[in-house]
Design a protein around this ligand. Sequence first.
Ligand SMILES: Cc1ncc(C[n+]2csc(CCOP(=O)(O)OP(=O)(O)O)c2C)c(N)n1
Length: 170
Amino acid sequence: MKQVFKRPESLIDVPAHFCPGCHHGIIHRLVAEQIDQFGLRDKTIGVASVGCSVFMYDYFDVDVLESPHGRAAAVATGVKRSRPDNFVFTYQGDGDLAAIGTAEIIHCANRGENVTVIFVNNTVFGMTGGQMAPTTMPGQVTTTTPFGREVATAGYPIKMTEILVHPTIS
Ligand SMILES: Cc1ncc(C[n+]2csc(CCOP(=O)(O)OP(=O)(O)O)c2C)c(N)n1
């Protein structure tokens, strides 16, 4: 029989433990397919973060370091500079990248580091119970904004990717 669907080689053959409806499994698959397609599995080093995103180390069949609380972009910088021939990527949620790790990601982008960042923006802090994140949309109900995010008191969502495209005036 012709096989039309299979697990990417860069993913470990384990059942997913994420909550029903979670997006991480889909994103793992998309990233793993690219690692396979470019033949990068043997030279890939992942840098995990904090939150549900961290569990990428249980799923990707590549070397992974753990760098919690927003420091992944800084650690990835060191890994890539010391091992320039490796493909180095971080995998970070919005609580990790856009809150605790704001400084690290902006300086990493500003230096133009040759690393890849997978930014998984689900607009809430997932693992800790669905609290408001910097990227929560105006009016969005979260466990800490039961009446919706109020722009007057919480500001607008931070446009992380847009900021990272042009972190400085040039
Ligand atoms: C009181 C408290 N502050 C900070 C943390 C650290 N922390 C662990 S998971 C998490 C949320 C991460 O959210 P996000 O990056 O959006 O990842 P997701 O879980 O949505 O994938 C934080 C802040 C914690 N566990 N408890």
